[in-house]
Design a protein around this ligand. Sequence first.
Ligand code: COA
Ligand code: MG
Length: 312
Amino acid sequence: MGRPIRLRRSILSVPGNREKMINKARTLPADVIMLDLEDSVPVDQKNRARELIIESLQAARWDGYVVSIRINPMDSPFAYKDLQIVEHCAHILDTIVIPKVNHPCEVKAIDYFLTQIEMNSGVQRGRIGIEASIETAEGMLRVENIAFSSNRLEALVFGVADYATSISAMVKGVSGHGDSEEFYPGHRWHFPLSRMVMAAKAAGLAAIDAPYGNFKDVEGLKRSSQLSAAIGCDGKWAIHPDQIPIINEVYTPSQEDVDRSRKIVDTYELAKAEGKGTVAIDGRMIDSATLRIARNILEKWRAIERKSHMHE
Ligand code: COA
Ligand code: MG
């Protein structure tokens, strides 16, 4: 079964043990709500978070959101217990985020468990997708193999804070994001992020940028979102409600881009009917590569329109 294409401009991470935040999440304009069991939940609260996530997913309506949970890593003592909760919400959950993926076999193992859970819960086989978070040197080294490791995969996610730790990078900005030009000119994470994007896109997956830790710094968040959008990311994690509209705006095509894309698609169709493979619009060359970009923009735009109707 082909995986659904989902709108993933903003992904709000919500600590799974914070009931108030989970309730608030459902009122916010994020495309994806990710209930976390990993790093935002203290060890002695993991059980409480599992119970709360089951309760919240069963009790409330989550229409209009992509809903996911982040489990603990496969080399922790918590991951198998996290997966058990999926049985209770298999019909609501859209994806599982696996953190700190080092090797494709971790994704494959979760894939097998999900198949068993789906068979026991009576939901369609293959319903639940997987997102692999790449946030270690080992994971980045194997990112190509990870990207092709399961038909359930929908996205690769960059985890900048853990990645910075895993390569012993000197950390200046909060979460290693938002460095000043004096410290590092340009985009410090360009290489690993681009590498992850390349692997994701080769495998037909979405590529998601890490959160921006300094949630009071609007300009820094904008800049960080623009940089990742420019190198092929489809969206970015948010850790605070105020970050969502900023990320959504950067990752939404402008009206000008949408109008130009419509013009490109229409003009190219006419040109093709006349046997031409290239055509000029407003002094710029249009070929089939430009056409693919235009079609992607229009597809994203339609998904955004569908979403805004759902929330009206
Ligand atoms: N999801 C849902 N609601 C959130 C939220 C989140 N991630 N972060 C904050 N809120 C809510 C608060 O509960 C508060 O709600 P209220 O106005 O109804 O009382 C409101 O948004 C404003 O929050 P604010 O007071 O500005 O922030 P804070 O000091 O309570 O929390 C953080 C700041 C960073 C601790 C908090 O945003 C957080 O825990 N974020 C998630 C971190 C995370 O998931 N980390 C793991 C992934 S990297
Ligand atoms: Mg992490």
